[in-house]
Design a binder for this molecule. Sequence first.
Ligand code: MG
Length: 360
Amino acid sequence: MNARHKQNWAALSDVGRIRSHNEDAYLADPPLFVVADGLGGHEAGEVASQLAVETLRDHAPRRPDSNALARAVRAANREVIRAAREGIGRSGMGTTITAALVEGTHAVVAQVGDSRAYLMRGGTLTRITEDHSMVADLIRSGQITEAESRIHPNRSVITRALGTDPNMYADTFEIDGEPGDRLLLCSDGLTSMLLDTEIAKALEEHSDPAAAARELIRAANHAGGQDNITVVIVDLDGGTSASHGPRESERRLRGVVKVIGWLLLLALVVGGIGAATYRYARSRAFLITSGNDLVLYRGVPGDLGGLSLSWQLDSGTIAVSALSPAEQARLAEGERFDSVAEAQRAFDDYERRAPADVHF
Ligand code: MG
């Protein structure tokens, strides 16, 4: 678990109980607070969410200005698209983003995807954002209920994200708060595990934001912890005014760390495929379709410097058209997993959900 907190805010992220990577990213740098949930294959999701948070930090206004915050989100979107095009991360990688700019009891929120913002006032929890997801659309059109959405096979399909559409825009919200109001930003790893009433209870019972954040993470893990869980809690009591940005020395240090990161990557590429890369590939797995054939490989899709790092383990025929468009797209490109066991489970699941039509 990694955590940051001050008297009137807390930020906490946990990998959960199933995933081996944390693809969520967050920022708590008053007056700016951000949660981002990376998508599109494990390593790439991490790159996308981190890049989006960093770009947003560099472009965000220092006052609650919703248009300026939305512009910063668009800059983050362009940056994720550019990075994928230049081969950083992976094409098709993306991220949600939910950002709040807080000044006293006034806040603006910009949001894309299914990471949410809530406002807690006097024991009542109100959802500020509306998820950009397939199940949210189905709930809005009356086709399924909130309870059904929690077990819907396409519950993780989101309809708007950073990293895919250059014309993407963020929804923005203004909060004219009162002292004592509490703002919560969170990834779907929290809201897919806990009902709003359970979230409200944790926020109500813990006046210390750090304690409330710990309790939310504990409860989400207790309920299954099926995804990465990130929570940012900000008490709107006037203590989060735009008093300071990142210090210049801190910015410079971050810049240096970034440059060292790129140099290491460059050394790895120039030096050829190292043992570490080989070991890494051996620990991974992916599923890919070719026509109606679903193939399970150990390794990573594509090749590195002309060298293929994949080994076929299993294959089968499925009815690819029975899967959602998002799943089809993912499988056509190669859906990545952290382990062979995880990929094997997904393989079995696809075979079960999209059995091939057998004609004699
Ligand atoms: Mg998530």
